[in-house]
Design a binder for this molecule. Structure first.
Ligand code: PLP
Length: 403
């Protein structure tokens, strides 16, 4: 297809994609998407793909839920961007922050909206430094908190970190879910940043006792506990928030991905008293032009309302169990899961990639985890039905069988 008159070479859209859209992967999936609806993506020929990754834990309420699409249209009819963050009263921001606070513990009452998850991570690190007057940060091996330089500094994988040194000083990486690692949290630690589920490691959940000990150690030392729910939040684990699985409450909560209902939005959330640290000396302690964009907040608000009204969260555990029951094959070495956040482990990346490629050919979209390339990612939109799970698993098993 010659997509416009400047396209003198007559390149098709795939060639133009490879030439003009900056590439981060040497082998992008490169499927052209014509539309998306519910749990399905469609290419221009009308071929349907069951979306087993939901835009990487973004589309928890499905693609283009009608309430979200309507909220976007309604907000576009009112106003788009009006001014940098925090000056004007924009009702989608106010209403969304209010609804979030109503469904969070009392100490998480002040929402700073950002453009992305990484920017939420950055904001939280800055806030922790200001609140505590300390500079050291404790993070965990094989954690992922974003790709900007601050977030990269706390990423728990040397392969991705190393090429971009020098990074932030004062960061210590320790072992996740290891009681011994808590000793590294001291009265010099500004904050400890942990995922409630280590997703990119291939789905590792910590012990409840360890999470509680982590909370206690932070309280003893005065370090702030930052929990990253950017991937695990919004019902994916079967609870609205991942931290509810451990009976702990963070000092700062990081949200992103599903927060925007399919639009770009992140947030770091803390107590108002603490959040004041970004308001003075210097003023404007964290600045963003587009953070909390009104259309994104309107979409996110509609998405959370839908999630709270629907029964999907209550069905997560049953659907997780169904996946686990159906995905049985000698080539599957392990399945780790926390709700509909699942990793299906093979012997190698090569096996996994072969299965993934075949799945895509047969209309099931999946991929692998950043730090666990031998693990297939399963994180579908939460409304996926049992019948659709059955069909997806049948295709996966047939692709393993023939691989
Ligand atoms: N934190 C976690 C746990 C994530 O999974 C991600 C993205 O995958 C991020 C932070 C970064 O979010 P973003 O890609 O929106 O910057």
């Amino acid at each position: 297809m010659n997509i416009n008159s400047n396209n003198k070479g007559g390149m098709d859209i795939r060639q133009l994609f490879l030439r003009h859209v900056a590439q981060t992967s040497p082998n992008p999936l490169g499927i052209e998407i014509a539309r998306a609806e519910g749990i399905y993506l469609y290419d221009p020929s009308g071929k349907a793909y069951i979306d087993l990754i939901g835009g990487i834990s973004v589309c928890n309420t499905g693609h283009r839920h009608p309430r979200i699409v309507q909220a976007i249209k309604d907000q576009a009819d009112q106003y788009l961007h009006v001014l940098v963050y925090g000056e004007l009263i924009q009702s989608p921001q106010v209403r969304y922050a209010t609804l979030l606070a109503a469904h969070l513990p009392a100490a998480l009452n002040s929402v700073y909206f950002t453009n992305s998850g990484a920017e939420a991570t950055e904001g939280a690190m800055k806030l922790a430094k200001r609140v505590t007057g300390r500079t050291e940060i404790v993070a965990f091996d094989q954690s992922y908190h974003g790709s900007t330089q601050g977030a990269l500094s706390i990423m728990g994988d040397e392969y991705w970190r190393n090429a971009y040194r020098p990074l932030l000083p004062g960061v210590r990486h320790v072992r996740y879910n290891d009681p011994g690692s808590l000793e590294w949290i001291t009265d010099r630690t500004a904050c400890v940043i942990a995922e409630t589920v280590q997703a990119e490691r291939g789905i590792y959940t910590p012990d409840k006792s360890w999470m509680k000990a982590l909370r206690r150690r932070c309280d003893e030392t005065g370090a702030l506990l930052v929990l990253d729910e950017i991937q695990a939040g919004f019902g994916r684990t079967g609870k609205l928030w991942g931290f509810e699985n451990y009976d702990v409450v963070p000092d700062i909560l990081l949200l992103g991905k599903a927060l925007g209902g399919g639009m770009p939005l992140g947030a770091f959330i803390a107590d108002k008293e603490r959040m004041w640290a970004l308001t003075g000396d210097p003023v404007l302690g964290h600045i963003t032009t587009f953070g909390g964009h009104p259309v994104c907040c309107a979409a996110g608000l509609a998405s959370l309302e839908v999630l709270l009204e629907e029964k999907w969260m209550g069905e997560v555990t049953r659907k997780e169990a169904l996946f686990r029951r159906l995905l049985v094959h000698p080539a599957i070495r392990d399945i780790r899961s926390c709700g509909l956040l699942m990793a299906v482990e093979f012997d190698s990346f090569e096996t996994n990639k072969r299965v993934i490629d075949k799945c895509i050919e047969r209309g099931v979209l999946t991929d692998w985890y950043l730090f666990a390339p031998q693990c297939m990612r399963i994180a579908p939109p939460l409304p996926i039905t049992e019948e659709e799970i059955g069909k997806a698993c049948e295709i996966i098993l047939s692709c393993i069988g023939g691989s």
